[in-house]
Design a protein around this ligand. Structure first.
Ligand SMILES: [Zn+2]
Length: 498
């Protein structure tokens, strides 16, 4: 490594503690022309045009969040705003799951058209190039045969290799109405729903294309949930546990079990988004033992918030639901031992009132306009606070699941999610002892936030995207347009880096 000390580079962080999945060691990183050139102990670091002493802080790869949902309102505005506040939580790469019908039209009850992504992708790419502060890749929701058949085109021409199948809403408005969610499928952009034939066509295309293509599923059998909805409504259970009981964990498990079999038959690797039940994890392990290539992603709200907590109270009315502590603890141990592969957030920019309505379980939930909340700002802080600082998760494993594995599943590792020479210079500097309360001010957003009013310990103090400091000491310093659209490359799960 001595030869590098002769070099002069643009940016050096020194005197920190480097965190990788393999361990924690003292030293720093050097970044030049947007890429990491050296990761080493201080004596072996080159001279920097700018050198920052990060004494007492940890240096992690930038967080790769594969699961976000811009486009509920104006798409380009969401891309700009959410990629900006993401830097507060140390996120430097964001995977946006988008629907062709919700590109720029906003979130309304107007019957949306489920059109080809050929009509909508150019505007989506431009939104990133014009306004993003961090790097963004797209995951297309597949809801028509036409879209499923165009997957090879999307993969080759647009570099999109992840595809989302909203199994929970495949029944369209017909099922969301009967499940008490009104025209929620319209708001998602899939009013008419789709069937197993569409899913088969999609999985078949993904299987034939090979790595890094993956089929993502929202697993939740809402056809059965409508029965529980009626029962819970009759019982008059208006609490968060009642909301959760509409969609018990085995409704997640039944979809994982069925579609893992379809994945095996078609050769499509299966990626289960927001796994939230112990029953779901059991089915993942069984499918894996049966030879299915399957990965599960968890979200912080399903690990660190339980149905008895207030806050979040009504703000915890999420789909999929928040469950009890015993369930959550099983998810955390699955995250530790590999049953769960990576982390995401299911970040949905929605106003607090969007989720509330007259109660958790009511006859007319037309007012129920949102499914989630925002999580990118608190993603890494919640993992550090509730996981690492409370001794439930190691720092090394946290980096593995929030950075390395999420990048790998997206076909972006080691360009993203790694502190190695040749990787993009995406770095987050963390103060493990810094405590902040989650408020509108700290997360710089008026939207409904997970962990609202809770104190978390362990926050980023600096976020760096390809050598650019985009967040520092509580201030977003990046500029719109700093972020890039990230096409993935077919042919290998690993992204080639020089
Ligand atoms: Zn989602």
């Amino acid at each position: 490594m001595d030869r590098y000390t002769e070099l002069s580079v643009e940016l050096v962080l020194k005197n920190g503690r480097i965190v990788t999945p393999e361990g924690v060691f003292p030293g720093g990183v050097a970044i030049n022309e947007g890429k990491i050139v050296v990761v080493a102990g201080d004596p072996n670091l080159p001279v920097g045009d700018r050198t920052i002493d990060v004494e007492g802080k940890h240096i992690l790869p930038g967080v790769v969040d594969p699961h976000t949902h811009p486009g509920k309102r104006d798409f380009a505005t969401d891309i700009m705003n959410e990629s900006s506040v993401a830097t507060i939580g140390g996120t430097t790469t964001m995977g946006a799951i988008i629907k062709s019908s919700r590109m720029g039209s906003g979130w309304s009850n107007d019957p949306p058209k489920q059109v080809s992504y050929k009509e909508t992708f150019p505007a989506a790419k431009k939104a990133v190039e014009d306004g993003a502060l961090i790097d963004i890749f797209y995951n297309f929701a597949i809801a028509t045969d036409e879209q499923a058949l165009e997957i090879p085109f999307y993969a080759k021409e647009y570099g999109v290799t992840s595809y989302k199948f909203y199994l929970g809403y495949m029944g369209g408005n017909r099922i969301t109405r009967r499940r008490g969610l009104g025209l929620f499928a319209s708001r998602l952009g899939i009013p008419d729903g789709f069937d197993d034939g569409t899913i088969y066509l999609g999985f078949e295309s993904i299987g034939k294309l090979g790595p890094p293509c993956m089929a993502h599923i929202h697993a939740e059998n809402t056809f059965i949930a409508r029965i529980f909805f009626k029962r819970i409504l009759k019982e008059g259970r208006g609490d968060m546990a009642g909301w959760s009981a509409i969609s018990p964990g085995w409704l997640e498990a039944i979809h994982i079990r069925n579609y893992a079999y379809l994945a095996k038959m078609t050769g499509a690797p299966l990626y289960v988004v927001h796994i939230n039940s112990a029953e779901g994890v059991d089915q993942v392990l069984k499918a894996r033992a049966d030879g299915t290539e399957i990965y599960a992603e968890a979200n912080p709200q399903h690990l660190w918030i339980d149905e008895t907590q207030d806050p979040p109270g009504m703000y915890g009315k999420l789909t999929p639901p928040i469950r009890d502590r015993a369930n959550n603890d099983k998810l955390v141990s699955a995250l530790r031992d590999g049953g769960i592969f990576c982390m995401g957030t299911d970040h949905v920019p929605s106003m607090p009132d969007d989720n509330v309505g007259p109660g958790f379980v009511t006859e007319d939930m037309e007012v129920y306009r949102g499914a989630g909340g925002i999580g990118m700002q608190t993603h890494l802080p919640s993992m550090l606070s509730e996981g690492v600082n409370k001794g439930r998760l190691s720092l090394e494993r946290t980096v593995e699941v929030c950075c390395k594995n999420s990048a790998w599943a997206a076909g972006l590792y080691p360009k993203k999610g790694a502190l190695i020479a040749g990787a993009d210079g995406d770095v987050v500097v963390v103060d493990m002892k810094l405590t902040k309360k989650v408020t509108q001010e700290t997360i710089q957003s008026k939207f409904n936030a997970f962990f609202r009013e809770r104190e978390l310990t362990g926050w980023p103090v600096m976020t760096i995207l390809r050598g650019n400091i985009v967040f520092e000491d509580g201030q977003i310093t990046g500029k719109p347009g700093t972020g890039k659209y990230l096409p993935r490359k077919l042919g290998s799960q690993l992204y080639p880096v020089s």
